[in-house]
Design a protein around this ligand. Structure first.
Ligand code: XMP
Length: 455
């Protein structure tokens, strides 16, 4: 899908490498101005060709990823094209001096604070001035406007064709489906594939919500056996993702074939997926199955109406469209589900163990009233075994890891300091109620350098 006129009024964040460029993009969006992240090498030509109201440089200004010459030459071309530049970070003074020396016409502003300080009052002020006064951006980026323009865009792209959507049970695919449903109504069929890697009771609950929302446009498929067969013997995480992603598409294709000539497939790809799959860092972090793991041969055209949105924006769109809170505020859940939370080979028995343990974890977090305070909390069934004692007998069971992280958009995350009494309750209940588990450990790794999921 193409960008639309709402996004023409945009600020580009040029990422010179390193984490943090998303902070700048999100802060700009809070000013109701659309903002995108690009790596400097790839974006210059596009920015010059398609235009931007301004450019924010972030990241390591003279690190390995881009030398000063390259940065300067890019800035100069931007200035020549009349695009103002804001450089964020310490150590950019040379850029201003160089621009003055060379009499490059145009404006370079330097904000010497770290990228995180763009979210603090002094940084906000600089940003507001840059975006509003220097770049003259209008505050047009609201989710209400986005919904309205998306509906028009989807209608004009889809015409009278049939559309199919794979619902994973997550917020993203549900919001994407609701948006497309609003645009094209019964031309859309939503397919919920139960791959068997959902959390305990989740498949039933989610299917109920969808049935109510989409009525006749909703189909549920029980494909557990097929998915388990796909991942049998597979231990490599990327390979798991690829196989699950591939099987998803095959299930869709089969179901869609029953509907007649379906032209489009809706996917709930969101902006962090796009950035992490290469647009921002230039390097693959993980191939999220809805971006990197699609099989090459696909009979559908992709419709990704949320590919420009951060998670908080997706939730807002969900609310505007009237989706129930339990869906809109559902914690992020990876497309391949528990398959990437069972480390090593995935079997129905291991998934059942993980489901039981994860259910207890969620129950205790809920009882502690922490549900809404934590971005993501889940259990991971490791492939490490540990000796335990149960009923006065020596046992040899699994080590289960508990993870709870806070994040704004999933791109960085910090581990949550869960109260000891909550951890204690979780651990004693899991070891008491799930006999296959003999040890529970708490993961105290933040992202970066760890990722949120273990695989
Ligand atoms: P990581 O583990 O990359 O996760 O730090 C960042 C966010 O993305 C979710 N995640 C996925 N979502 N398909 C998805 O749709 C995937 O394969 C996948 N892997 C990770 C993760 O739960 C977190 O919210």
């Amino acid at each position: 899908m193409e960008r639309d006129s709402l996004m023409a009024n945009r600020i580009i964040v040029m990422d010179l490498g390193g984490y943090g460029s998303h902070v700048a993009a999100r802060e700009v969006r809070k000013l109701q101005v659309y903002s995108e992240i690009f790596p400097i090498q790839a974006s210059l030509a596009e920015v010059l060709e398609e235009g931007a109201r301004g450019v924010i440089l972030t990241g390591k200004q003279d690190g390995n990823l881009a030398g000063r010459e390259e940065v300067y030459s890019a800035v100069r071309k931007l200035l020549e094209a009349g695009i103002p530049v804001l450089a964020v970070g310490s150590g950019f003074d040379w850029l201003v001096e160089r621009a003055e020396e060379q009499r490059a016409a145009g404006l370079v502003t330097v904000f010497p604070g770290g990228i995180e300080s763009l979210a603090e009052p002094s940084g906000k002020e600089v940003l507001e001035d840059f975006v509003g006064s220097v770049c003259r951006c209008e505050p047009t980026w609201t989710m209400e406007a986005f919904v309205e323009s998306s509906i028009q865009r989807i209608r004009s792209e889809v015409g009278s064709e049939l559309v199919v959507c794979g619902l994973s049970g997550g917020v993203d695919s549900a919001v994407a489906a609701a948006l497309v449903h609003q645009a094209v109504g019964s031309q859309l069929t939503c397919i919920f594939v139960d791959h068997g890697f959902m959390r305990k009771y989740e498949a039933e609950t989610v299917a109920d919500i969808f049935r109510r929302r989409f009525g006749k446009s909703f189909i549920a498929v029980d494909a557990k056996e097929r998915f388990f067969a796909q991942v049998k013997g597979v231990t490599d995480p990327e390979e798991k993702r690829k196989r699950i992603g591939g099987e998803f598409i095959r299930v869709f294709e089969e179901e869609a074939a029953k509907l007649g000539k379906v032209r489009y497939l809706v996917q709930g790809t969101v902006y962090p997926d796009v950035v992490e799959s290469g647009a921002g860092q230039g390097a693959l972090v993980k191939s999220h199955h809805n971006v990197g793991g699609l099989p090459e041969k696909m009979d559908f055209r992709l419709l990704e109406p949320l590919r420009w949105l951060f998670k908080d924006e997706v939730r807002k769109v969900g609310q505007i469209l009237g989706l129930p809170d339990e869906l809109v505020w559902r914690q992020p859940f990876p497309g391949p589900g528990l398959a990437v939370r069972v480390i090593g080979e995935v079997t129905p028995a291991k998934v059942a163990v993980l489901q039981d343990a994860d259910y207890i974890l969620r129950d205790e977090i809920k009882k502690a009233g922490l549900e809404r305070d934590i971005w993501q909390y889940f259990a991971v069934l490791t492939d490490t075994r540990a000796v335990g004692v149960q009923d006065q007998r020596r046992t040899y069971g699994y080590v289960l890891a508990i993870r709870a992280v806070n994040s704004v958009d999933g791109m960085t995350a910090s581990w949550v300091q869960l109260p000891y009494h909550v951890l204690e309750k979780i651990s004693s209940r899991i070891m008491g109620e799930v006999k296959e588990i003999t040890r529970v450990v708490y993961d105290i790794s933040s992202k970066p350098p760890a990722t949120i999921e273990w695989e």
